[in-house]
Design a protein around this ligand. Structure first.
Ligand code: MRU
Length: 359
């Protein structure tokens, strides 16, 4: 499926800068409608991230990079110092939009380095480079996912059933997906693979997005309520689990959509391998353990109300809407990256030389 999650349109080249747009597939409307939000101002991109029009760690990293490019285009500055100062509130808006996925920080740091490395160029040329970088990050992301797919497909046998949680598919990335990459590659290799998609309460990324995108590609998918995973495992109907991650840290602990931890514990109890697909852009080597990861809590409406259409709980009930959980490393069989498959306790070997984790 090559439906674009996000696109940079026009504006490549300083002259066209004013016309640049970021087109974001509005995932709030899926599976009912395929429609794009046209963003000409970076604040619209921030809003798309906060309201889950675009979601999934790599996808929001790409959105942040492209959004920063829109903000950069709108700046008038005489020199690089003034340019950087004027750009920083926009970068902060992205950093504060969703706290758990490290990809936004990763993208912002990458753009920061790009500006530093080119501070001898005219501002118009720097703006041009930032705009191009967003597109480079998007294209790289697809290639990285394909590399994870080649590696992960070796873990899937003909006839296997794979359980996944949330959506770590094409819609959560530049394309191809992270957790779905091994499945897509295995299918392309001619293996018969079927997928069990957890519906993923409360925002239903599994039901609305994973089921939809796999059906678009004729990959067999069966939707289950989240609380059915254990019973399917007990019946021997799940061969392996693959999930994505919003932030994986040095000791191999993994933050991902709430409910991932439950699936991992169940998988261990039933002797089922539990794999995490983690591009390096989602690994934070500055943190030592999962407990240090900031975990987003979202509005209670997502739990008490079905998309603004129907109240399903008594008015005023107390709610916890924790958007992500931490799966401790001991429940994870392997972490699949574009640099190879790692036991969680070995993931720190990919850290940049000399970098230490926070204590
Ligand atoms: O709240 P979301 O939909 O952004 O949560 C997404 C997930 O938890 C994904 O599994 C994760 O970002 C990895 S996407 C490749």
């Amino acid at each position: 499926m090559m439906i674009d999650t996000i696109k940079w349109v026009d504006g490549l080249g300083a002259e066209a800068a004013g016309a640049a747009k970021v087109m974001i597939l509005d995932q709030r409307l899926l599976p009912h409608a395929v429609s794009y939000v046209e963003c000409t101002d970076y604040r619209q991109v921030v809003d798309c991230i906060k309201t889950l029009a675009i979601r999934g760690a790599p996808a929001i990293g790409i959105a942040a990079a492209m959004g920063i490019a829109l903000a950069a285009n709108a700046i008038e500055a005489a020199g690089v110092e003034e340019f950087t100062t004027k750009l920083s509130p926009a970068i902060d808006d992205f950093l504060n939009s969703r706290p758990t996925a490290v990809n936004i920080q990763w993208a912002a740091e990458r753009i920061g380095r790009l500006i530093q490395d080119n501070d001898n160029l005219p501002i118009s040329a720097i703006k041009d480079k930032i705009a191009k970088e967003g597109v480079v990050i998007l294209n790289e992301d697809i290639e990285i996912n394909k590399a994870i797919g080649r590696l992960g497909a070796e873990l899937i046998k003909d006839g296997d059933t794979v359980l996944t949680h949330c959506n770590a598919g094409a819609l959560a990335t530049g394309g191809y997906g992270t957790a779905t990459a091994p499945i897509r590659t295995a299918v392309a290799q001619g293996k018969r693979v079927s997928v069990i998609a957890d519906e993923t309460r409360p925002v239903l990324q599994g039901a609305r997005l994973t089921a939809w995108e796999l059906m678009q590609d004729n990959i067999p998918v069966t939707l289950i309520p989240d609380n059915a995973a254990g019973e399917l495992m007990r019946r021997g109907e799940i061969d392996l689990c693959i999930v994505g991650t919003d932030r994986t840290v040095r000791n191999g602990d993994v933050a991902n959509k709430i409910g991932t931890y439950t699936v991992a514990v169940l998988a261990k109890e039933h002797g089922i391998p539990f794999y995490v697909a983690a591009p390096l852009s989602s690994i934070d080597f500055t943190l030592s353990t999962g407990g240090q990861i900031p975990i987003e809590e979202r509005s209670s409406d997502e739990v008490t109300n079905i998309f603004g259409r129907c109240e399903i709980a008594p008015k005023g009930v107390a709610v916890r809407n924790i958007a992500f959980d931490i799966t401790p490393a001991k429940y994870i069989t392997l972490i699949l990256t574009e640099k190879g498959a790692f036991k969680p306790e070995d993931i720190h070997t990919l850290a940049p030389k000399g970098q230490k984790g926070k204590q």
